[in-house]
Design a protein around this ligand. Structure first.
Ligand code: FPP
Length: 237
């Protein structure tokens, strides 16, 4: 451990969020500032996703959910959607060919399966199965995800199972992830939830920054975690 400079040991945070949510925002603006197409921002953003998910693993965060593609993002230009799908595909192929590179991370894809390419779904299932026995950080990648749809689907499956009335616990148990989200990070200066983890964010702390996602570094993650350590969470009590 270095005597000067910041400590790099996971022990540097006395409290970590058990479940961290990250809205990867600002790719388009990052590219525009450089006179590049929006897709260039997404490409760099995908590398940042890999870097930050590894850092979450190193720090020992139990679960982290990255917002990669919302149910509303289908409204974007065709070329942009194709680039994003290609980035997911490349990530999955990379993960398949080099399982060791992702360390001890477990990967899970959360979101609607309908509308997704069958090949992508197959690779997602493979990645989930191949990493399922790992014990490290659970990385949820939210693709074709919408918080309202997630809740509606949960209620519908309870109705289909014959329930006449439902409790919050019933709904939680049917979501893609039941874990309450402790901290949500949103870079790029925007301060909204955008249909992300609506149910799980009931008692989330929020951390915003003007940094655009492609410029987001481990240092920014540490800044958010340092801030989270100091929050006084009362959960309504
Ligand atoms: C929002 O920024 C970002 C997205 C809609 C896409 C996020 C996806 C990635 C970073 C790729 C993830 C890759 C893998 C492999 C999981 P924006 O484009 O809306 O930015 P803007 O608000 O500046 O226009």
């Amino acid at each position: 451990m270095a005597i000067f400079g910041r400590k790099s040991s996971p022990a540097e945070f006395s409290v970590l969020p058990r479940h961290l949510g990250i809205i990867m925002d600002g790719n388009g603006r990052w590219a525009k500032k450089r006179g590049l197409p929006r897709t260039a921002g997404h490409k760099v953003g995908a590398d940042v996703f890999k870097k930050i998910s590894k850092e979450c693993g190193r720090l020992g965060i139990e679960e982290v959910t990255f917002y990669a593609f919302s149910t509303e993002n289908w409204k974007r230009p065709k070329e942009e959607i194709e680039t994003l799908m290609r980035l997911f595909y490349d990530y999955l192929i990379e993960a398949k060919n080099d399982l060791q590179a992702s360390g001890d991370i477990r990967v899970r894809f959360i979101g609607e399966k309908e509308g997704m390419h069958p090949k992508l779904l197959e690779l997602m299932r493979d990645a989930e199965q191949e990493t399922a026995s790992r014990t490290g950080t659970l990385v949820n990648v939210a693709v074709n995800y919408g918080g309202r749809q997630e809740i509606a689907d949960a209620v519908n499956s309870l109705i289909a199972a014959g329930k006449k009335s439902v409790t919050p616990e019933d709904i939680s148990a049917k979501l893609f992830t039941s874990a309450d989200c402790d901290l949500i990070i949103r870079p790029s200066g925007e301060q909204r939830l955008s249909n992300f983890l609506l149910w799980q964010s009931a008692y989330s702390e929020f951390w915003y920054s003007d940094v655009l996602w492609p410029d987001f570094t481990e240092k920014d993650l540490h800044a958010a975690l340092s801030d989270f350590e100091k929050r006084n969470r009362r959960f309504g009590g």
